[in-house]
Design a protein around this ligand. Structure first.
Ligand code: ADP
Length: 459
């Protein structure tokens, strides 16, 4: 067991703060890095130490400077690096270089990241694990002829997907052969531009599915458990907006089958640390594996609220070699994990719903939040006087409610969001409340098209 004394967080904003808090609670010193553009950001003040990185690199590249980050970690006597989500979280080269430098990467090893980070290799893993995937090809499409042949084989609509895609980007729906070749070519060049790899593959497009995912924890001793599922179907342009647990639209037997399949995927790659296995569920109730994310996810909060386990602390403990059954992590067996109640997370963003959700920037003049019984707030860089810059994602605060009943969790979410008072930048709070107030949401039945199908939510 290697005891960590210092952890560097290779990230920014709310997830950096979340990790600093976990470090503090575990008695570990936290080290922040920040870009030039983040000099005045709140997160860096929440760490015990903070250092400027990527001085001449620009706002995003600063957080991607692998060698500089590892060099700094070595200089500062850091034992481990937590990558958070986004940036270097799924970069196997970074995980490998950390290991070579004698620094623990808090996450799975580079081999596991390689076998899961890419959507095509994930599909191959799921075949091996005997878990259903969406019908499609398991290799990059090479030519115009191939794309036509495959599309005809599966039948329209189909989805073209960038193998390296993420964050809801790099996907295209094609409904007829007329659009196919043109879409294929532009999908390829877009993938190259956005992800550096032009590989594109095809799968059947599911009409209005639900997105259900399963939280996994695995230790370094071969023990793997699931912490049940989350419903992440409320999405805008394939990006999650509201997530909750448990998924109330699926039956007990479906829940059991989905969670068991998630464990099968994790076991197929000897998964270690926290990860999420994502599925789409079609109208008939069939579930299909889409990908496994080898990292902490934005929506981990809802799982923490209902299970009572601290997933970020667990990640750090697992990386030190603690078994899941240790008193520190506290999971003696799968049967030990008994979710209580309902939790909902809403992502409050600095986006302008009246202008197609364009990110808004500027100085926040007033910043007041609404906490209280059953509300957890995971804030990013918002405070009175803070400046929201255009360089980073627009997540301002995550509002997570927890209650005995789903109805009450919704009421708590609405109450908290209404209490938020933010001026100086536009936010999506009105839009979130419109969704939370809908009967379909109350019944837990919204699919991934709910927002696109309901223009009145924008009123
Ligand atoms: P990313 O890695 O970019 O998050 P995912 O593969 O996880 O991409 O998919 C994100 C979302 O895109 C899903 O939750 C779903 O709404 C939609 N999606 C992905 N694949 C399909 C598909 N074959 N049919 C219908 N919708 C899909």
């Amino acid at each position: 067991m290697k005891k960590f004394k210092r952890i560097l967080v290779a990230n920014r904003g709310e997830i950096a703060i979340r990790i600093f808090r976990a470090c503090k609670e575990l008695g570990i010193r936290s080290v922040a890095i920040y870009s030039n553009e983040d000099k005045t950001s709140l997160f860096r003040t929440k760490a015990d130490e903070s250092y400027l990185i990527g001085k001449n690199k620009g706002p995003i590249d600063a957080y991607l400077s692998i060698d500089e980050i590892i060099g700094l970690a070595l200089k500062k006597g850091v034992d481990a690096i937590h990558p958070g989500y986004g940036f270097l979280a799924e970069n196997s080269e970074f995980a490998r270089k950390c290991q070579e430098a004698g620094i623990v990467f808090i996450g799975p090893n580079s081999k596991m990241i390689d076998s899961l980070g890419d959507k095509i290799t994930s599909k191959i893993v799921s075949k091996k694990a005997n878990v259903p995937t969406i019908p499609g090809v398991e290799k990059p499409i090479e030519s115009d002829e191939e794309v036509v042949e495959f599309a005809n084989r599966f039948g329209y609509p189909i989805m073209l997907k960038a193998s390296a895609g993420g964050g809801g980007r790099g996907m295209r729906i094609v409904r007829s052969e007329d659009e196919l070749v043109e879409s294929f070519r532009s999908a390829k060049s877009e993938a190259k531009k956005a992800f550096g790899i032009e590989d594109v593959f095809i799968e059947k497009y599911l009409e209005k599915p639900k997105h259900i995912e399963v939280q996994i924890l695995g230790d370094a001793h071969g023990n793997i458990v699931h912490l049940f599922e989350r419903d992440c179907s409320i999405q805008r342009r394939h990006q999650k907006l509201i997530e909750f647990t448990p998924a109330i639209s699926i039956s007990e037997s479906q829940r059991k089958a989905i969670c068991e399949d998630a464990i099968k995927i994790a076991k197929a790659v000897d998964y270690m640390n926290a990860g999420t296995v994502e599925f789409l569920v079609d109208k008939e109730g069939n579930h299909y594996f889409i990908e496994m994310n080898p990292r902490i996810q934005v929506e981990h909060t809802v799982t923490e609220m209902v299970t009572g386990y601290d997933i970020v602390q667990s990640q750090i403990l697992i990386a030190q070699g603690y078994p899941l059954s240790s008193d520190e992590i506290g999971i003696k067996s799968q049967e030990d994990i008994k979710p209580r109640g309902y939790a909902i997370q809403c992502r409050v963003t600095t986006e302008d719903p009246s202008n197609q959700f364009a990110p808004d920037t500027g100085r926040i003049d007033i910043y007041r939040t609404g906490s209280g019984f059953g509300i957890r707030l995971d804030g990013g860089n918002g405070f009175t006087g803070s400046v929201i810059s255009p360089y980073y994602d627009s997540l301002l605060v995550k509002v997570t409610s927890h209650s005995r009943t789903f109805e009450d969790a919704i009421r708590k979410s609405i109450r908290s969001i209404k209490e938020l008072s933010i001026s100086g930048v536009k936010t999506n709070t009105g839009f979130l409340i419109n969704v939370l107030n809908r009967e379909e949401f109350k019944n837990g039945i919204c699919d991934t098209h709910f927002i696109a199908d309901n223009p009145s939510l924008f009123d």
